[in-house]
Design a protein around this ligand. Structure first.
Ligand code: HEC
Ligand code: HEC
Ligand code: HEC
Ligand code: HEC
Ligand code: HEC
Length: 223
């Protein structure tokens, strides 16, 4: 058989296929980037490996947030509870439930439950839970009504301007440190202009007396 095309041409289909694929990938990535919700988008609500409900545990049963997130007052990070914490109850309660099968498996094998992280900041931002919680910023101010969530979602943008909005006006957000985990804390006060103004004034006095000064300088939040 005479060769009609030079040997080199054999690679042409492969090359053009790769080109087409490469172009396709770029298009897909661009569309993906612009149209998929980013983890910083309010409303981000990843599916979790166990149908664990805060509305049931923290709402209906009123289990204190700190029973599970027990490092939140002493550490930078609020921990996700270990399987043992769940088994404190679930070794006796609903021991046959299929919804709890992954929890029992995790307990039996010692493999942690692969919970999907909902809130995170870029590495170049410094943030401490303890510093906020101990001075009286409630979980609710940053995470919303977790006690009403079947599945946790991102309620606040966690952007730099969001941090700074509160750092400039902390008196609007502070509460008695004893009430940091309380949900629906001062809803009636907030709904009424006059009472809210009085609340803010009282907090302003506290801010001055205690020298509460949320930082606005770059190096406080950035390494
Ligand atoms: C202080 C006790 C307690 C702790 C701790 C606890 N639970 Fe529960 N959980 C309960 C009770 C009570 C129920 C409801 C049982 C019922 O409806 O009869 C429940 C229900 C559930 C259900 C629904 C089960 C079903 O069949 O409907 C899931 C899923 C669940 N818990 C997951 C967890 C996970 C995951 C943890 C750990 C992060 C955890 N629980 C920690 C007490 C607890
Ligand atoms: C019985 C244990 C338990 C209690 C009580 C509890 N949590 Fe959780 N929390 C979890 C578990 C397990 C997760 C990880 C799975 C998920 O996101 O639902 C979690 C996740 C979260 C997250 C999202 C973390 C992330 O990935 O960014 C927030 C915020 C949170 N909890 C706040 C609270 C607040 C506020 C309260 C009190 C009103 C509370 N939790 C009470 C077990 C608990
Ligand atoms: C001033 C705002 C603020 C307050 C108040 C606050 N959080 Fe958070 N929380 C955040 C931010 C921001 C993140 C993401 C942190 C990161 O990526 O380092 C986060 C993350 C979390 C996580 C995921 C684990 C982690 O540390 O990354 C849990 C769980 C959590 N918070 C629970 C709580 C609970 C419970 C309270 C109240 C006792 C609380 N938070 C109060 C802002 C806040
Ligand atoms: C709802 C109000 C509020 C929000 C939102 C908030 N902060 Fe704060 N922040 C405070 C208050 C109040 C203090 C305490 C100031 C003091 O103790 O003098 C504080 C203190 C700090 C400090 C100094 C204490 C320390 O840890 O060294 C840093 C850093 C900080 N915040 C970072 C952040 C970052 C980053 C964000 C956003 C991701 C944020 N904050 C969001 C109210 C807030
Ligand atoms: C109260 C805390 C806080 C202070 C003070 C602060 N930043 Fe930020 N900054 C953040 C957070 C949180 C982010 C992450 C925002 C995000 O993920 O969208 C950020 C992001 C950035 C970025 C990344 C830009 C972007 O949009 O992704 C730059 C650059 C930056 N900050 C510069 C500064 C400079 C310069 C200052 C001082 C004038 C400063 N920051 C002060 C909290 C702070």
């Amino acid at each position: 058989m005479p060769q009609i095309f030079p040997r080199k041409a054999n690679s042409l289909p492969a090359v053009s296929l790769m080109g087409a694929l490469g172009g396709g990938i770029v298009v897909v990535l661009v569309i993906w980037y612009y149209f998929s919700p980013r983890f910083t988008d309010v409303g981000y609500q990843p599916a979790q490996p166990v149908p664990y409900s805060h509305a049931q545990h923290a709402g209906q049963f009123a289990i204190d947030c700190r029973y599970c997130h027990n490092h939140v007052e002493t550490s930078e990070h609020a921990n996700i509870p270990s399987t043992q914490t769940c088994m404190n109850c679930h070794s006796q309660v609903r021991t046959e439930s299929l919804k709890l099968l992954p929890v029992r498996e995790s307990w039996a094998t010692g493999t942690p439950i692969p919970w999907v992280n909902v809130h995170f900041l870029p590495d170049y931002v410094q943030f401490s839970h303890a510093a906020h919680v101990n001075v009286g910023v409630g979980c609710e101010s940053c995470h919303g009504r977790v006690d009403q969530m079947e599945v946790v979602s991102l309620e606040e943008p966690l952007s730099m301007s969001w941090c700074l909005d509160c750092h400039r006006n902390p008196e609007e957000h502070l509460r008695d440190p004893a009430a940091v985990v309380q949900m629906g804390f001062n809803e009636e006060v907030r709904a009424d202009g006059e009472s809210f103004a009085a609340y803010v004034d009282a907090n302003r006095a506290r801010v001055e007396a205690e020298g509460i000064q949320p930082p606005q300088n770059c190096s406080a939040c950035h390494y």
